[in-house]
Design a protein around this ligand. Structure first.
Ligand SMILES: [Zn+2]
Ligand SMILES: [Zn+2]
Length: 193
């Protein structure tokens, strides 16, 4: 069976089969061909929206309905003139980018967003540090008790024995060796003092 290639549509976020749900575009002039970004359904919806916008604009011209001069921000509830100063402006279409957030509210929103992201990163960092500390304490306990796990690690790291080759006798021997080594070290230390 042949594997069906899929693609996630950036607009609706759904994963769909590439050949059936996306338009294949051929640009003969550039010698390029590719699958379009949004899926066929999203493409259709967007086209419909654009057509509607043009129709609205034509209706406005025909019936001489005045272009609105101000807009109410749904975040702060204030009505502000439709000007670059008050709204984040889309220069291409000469209208605000966001229909429901004024410039000031967008600024506040972005600040809050940044702060939240920062907090999230700090939280993750703290979590990592705590985990590292816990691991250190655990390792210290293993080391002091000359636990099986610690002895196995020593065998692996310092002598290079493979995990499957470690026998209980080996662990016992190594443990005695570590105990002896530690006692000698302590003895020498006391002598020197
Ligand atoms: Zn889509
Ligand atoms: Zn506002």
């Amino acid at each position: 069976m042949e594997e069906v290639k899929t693609k996630v549509c950036p607009k609706c976020g759904e994963e769909k089969p590439l050949t059936e749900e996306f338009w294949y575009l051929r640009h003969y002039a550039y010698g390029k061909s590719y699958y379009e970004g949004p899926c066929r359904i999203c493409h259709k919806t967007r086209a419909k929206e654009l057509r509607n916008n043009i129709r609205k604009e034509k209706k406005r011209e025909k019936e001489n309905i005045p272009i609105p001069t101000d807009k109410t921000c749904s975040y702060c509830g204030e009505t502000k003139p439709l000007k670059y100063k008050y709204w984040v402006w889309d220069c291409k279409f000469n209208k605000p980018y966001s229909s429901h957030r004024c410039r000031e509210c967008t600024r506040i929103y972005n600040l809050e967003y940044k702060q939240k992201a920062k907090q999230k990163i700090e939280k993750q960092k703290a979590k990592r540090i705590r985990a590292r500390e816990r691991k250190k304490i655990k390792e210290r306990v293993y080391r002091q008790a000359i636990d099986d796990k610690y002895v196995k690690d020593e065998l692996r790291k310092k002598i290079g024995v493979l995990t499957q080759d470690i026998t209980p006798e080996m662990i016992e021997l190594k443990r005695v060796q570590i105990q002896l080594f530690r006692k000698t070290k302590q003895f020498l230390k006391e002598e020197a003092a």
